[in-house]
Design a protein around this ligand. Sequence first.
Ligand SMILES: C[S@@+](CC[C@H](N)C(=O)[O-])C[C@H]1O[C@@H](n2cnc3c(N)ncnc32)[C@H](O)[C@@H]1O
Length: 335
Amino acid sequence: MLLTCQSGFEELLRAEAAARGLGAALASGAGWVLLEAKPGVGLPELCFAHRVLLEPAEIGADSVNALAGRLCDWFTASMRGEKVEGAWPSVWQAPIEIPGLGRRLGAVEDEFAVLLKKRFSRVAKLAAPELPRGTRTARGLFVFAADFGRVFAARSVWLGGQRRMADDPAAPSRSYLKVEEAFSILGREPGPGETVADLGAAPGGWSYSAAKRGAQVVAIDNGPLKGGALGHPLIEHRMEDAFHFRPAAGIPYDWLFCDMVEDPQRVLDLVTQWTRGRWCRHFVVNLKFGHADALALLDQVQRSSGSPLGDCAVAHVRHLFHDREEFTLVGTLAT
Ligand SMILES: C[S@@+](CC[C@H](N)C(=O)[O-])C[C@H]1O[C@@H](n2cnc3c(N)ncnc32)[C@H](O)[C@@H]1O
């Protein structure tokens, strides 16, 4: 299987896969790791993987036309006996770190579309270039360019749900993109009338994201709010230490947000207090692992009985498209 990730995080992905019992790494490059398949081992939810191409074919050729032709041969052979009734995802990806590779893959994709239209016009018309939303498995065509003459192609993919989000000029920080991406992975977002406690809120990207959806936010941070968060009628700014902030007795918040630059262990303990106490219904929490052992922290989050995930009906841990040396927990508590 081919696992893709944010460039620079291949080693962490490889180590995570090994720790979760997946096969040995056969090869890797910018933003990808190829693992040997281990029969009978199911695919666990991975944090650092953005996508997992299942049973990928490795296809090589020197020219755009030859590569498109081979891909089209492989794709049409793989479709034998399959009925295509509706739109299917055709998603082509190249690591941006290799200059010109995206343009080259775009040319292969265009030529592939021409060839497919000649052979199966109806199927070609139903191709949709958008990545399906959320975390799930999907069937279609998924192509990843490893270099100029070699692609991996698969018909089935596991999606972690990570994706580039659209910016908002009024958002006061780039962190805004993280919480937007986190909502898309959880499949739920704050709505009008819901309440949010935002711990470590400044300059206010996460608070702004919730307030623009009509939620009522308490933003806790000694730092100042800025941009669209400053003076927003739905955001109450409290200059307090978030480790001491508690909801009023018997009145839980709908959402806990937590994005503090603090020791991740301390943050995790705080969030567990919130989930054990049922002080919130949903959460988005970012843990910074810059000065910590990322894999040990991840293992603790995913397996320890004291983890907030143990209190959840739904939970995911992801290294987001917009994350750097950090990963993000999203969850909805069990009732
Ligand atoms: C990465 S920034 C948060 C960015 C924010 N999520 C946004 O979207 O703009 C981290 C914030 O955590 C705050 N912080 C760190 N420790 C804190 C504490 N004990 N109580 C409150 N805020 C804290 C810092 O002041 C800083 O503003």
